[in-house]
Design a binder for this molecule. Structure first.
Ligand SMILES: *Cc1c(COP(=O)(O)O)cnc(C)c1O
Length: 426
């Protein structure tokens, strides 16, 4: 039996019963023409937590008051600033504290990790990835192959959807891993596909990669802060994520990296090294000879970009307060409700069709719902935008929406459905 109706009072009752509802007030919701927008692009740039400004002001003040002494005397000493994130970031991705570190941008981290975990050696030289991955990931993987002097046509294995589908079957990924077997050096795919919102079965994929002797890592750009994960228990070798999408930490903000303990303790694992990854007790001796900090911290290059990291501190505290399980529960209800409304509207259309390409199965999706608007074009999306809906349009006719549990309400979805239904009729 369907639990949802198209009914404003039902949506409001869901909001009234929602223990996360209060969190909406802790974010800046953009206002256009005097009205709060319906913000469905938290998968692209999460909204600003209201605490960010005061937190940045604190760092500016400490810089003004202390100058270089702020490294030790700031309220949050900059020397060890990255350590403020360790506990919450570890919980976020299901890691041990020595397995995570915040540093750099996402694509930078992807390169750093591939440098350590994609090391073609004789017969074992291939890397497996998802077809039509986010472009930056494609470029990173392709350029890594070329850096090793290998040919894309020989070293790159891409697994794509079957004909007529947008989704990639786990079965097909496993078959490809099996097929390339001992020629495979590394498996690196997105934890959640940015286009369809499909969540990959990371545990099963990692196990299959290990069975053939390959390393396995994930780009968690669309997974971190969206779906709960257990990277340590799943035995994932490495992972990285950005913090400006579901993690609400500001445009281009700091990235996270995960290196499983079994790899992190190996101080001889090849890597691109920098002084911030060097043994802390000796860092300021400025002596030759790199000695890696055991664990993920040993992959750091530079000292922490404190001003860029501060918003993440504020945002991560909220995730820590609430926990991924609570967020996940609401995310699934919001997206179930959104799917109900899209199906309802589609079934009433006299021409055209709204096809949800995101998997319906809870285990295979996060917050995002991607819809192919058959028989509609950009004008449909333009009406949505004009009516105050901020969503994402991909040519020729795909709309991506990500209701986010921290700040989207059930009423947002009801109001969106009203707008979408009228726009489809127009
Ligand atoms: C958003 C996203 C990126 C963006 O990379 P940056 O280095 O942060 O600019 C890369 N890969 C994936 C899969 C993404 O979703």
């Amino acid at each position: 039996m369907n639990q949802f109706q198209h009914d404003l009072s039902q949506a409001r009752a869901f909001d009234a019963a929602d223990r996360l509802f209060e969190y909406r007030k802790r974010f800046h919701i953009p206002v256009i023409d005097g009205k709060e927008v319906i913000y469905f692009t938290g998968n692209s740039l999460g909204l600003q937590p209201k605490g960010v400004k005061a937190a940045i002001d604190q760092e500016l003040k400490d810089w003004a008051d202390w100058g270089v002494e702020g490294h030790f005397h700031a309220k949050n000493p900059w020397f060890s600033y990255h350590e403020l994130f360790t506990s919450a970031a570890a919980k976020l991705v299901g890691a041990q504290e020595n397995e995570v570190v915040m540093m750099n941008g996402l694509t930078v981290n992807l390169h750093l990790l591939l440098t350590s975990f994609y090391r073609p050696d004789g017969k074992r030289f291939k890397i497996l990835t998802e077809k039509k991955a986010f472009p930056s990931d494609q470029y990173a993987v392709e350029s890594q192959i070329e850096l090793h002097g290998l040919k894309l046509s020989e070293a790159l294995v891409e697994v794509g959807p079957r004909a007529g589908s947008e989704l990639i079957e786990t079965e097909d990924i496993l078959a490809a891993i099996e097929e390339h077997g001992d020629e495979l050096a590394c498996v690196m795919i997105g934890g959640v596909n940015y286009y369809t919102g499909q969540v990959f079965d990371m545990k099963t994929i990692a196990a299959a990669a290990h069975k053939v002797g390959a390393y396995c890592g994930f780009d968690l750009a669309h997974a971190a802060g969206n779906v709960p994960m257990q990277l340590h228990d799943w035995g994932v070798d490495f992972a990285c994520w950005c913090t400006y999408k579901y993690l609400n930490s500001g445009p281009g903000s700091i990235s996270g990296a995960f290196i499983h303990e079994k790899n992190g303790v190996d101080q001889n694992l090849p890597r691109m090294a920098g002084w911030w990854g060097h043994d802390k007790s000796e860092r300021f001796q400025m002596a030759p000879g790199f000695k890696a900090i055991p664990g993920a911290e040993g992959w750091q290059l530079s000292n922490a970009p404190v001003l860029a990291m501060t918003p993440h501190k504020v945002a991560l505290e909220m995730f820590d307060e609430v926990g991924m399980d609570t967020l996940r529960e609401k995310a699934l209800r919001l997206s179930d409700y959104l799917m109900f409304e899209i199906d309802r509207i589609s079934s009433k259309l006299s021409s055209g069709r709204l096809e949800i390409i995101t998997p319906r199965d809870h285990a295979a999706r996060g917050s995002q719902v991607s819809v192919v608007a058959h028989g509609f074009g950009k004008p449909l999306f333009d009406i949505l935008t004009k009516e105050g809906v901020i969503a994402d349009w991909r040519e020729p006719n795909v709309i991506r929406m990500a209701p986010v549990p921290f700040y989207n309400s059930f009423e947002d979805i009801y109001r969106f459905a009203e707008i979408l239904e009228k726009a489809c009729e127009a």
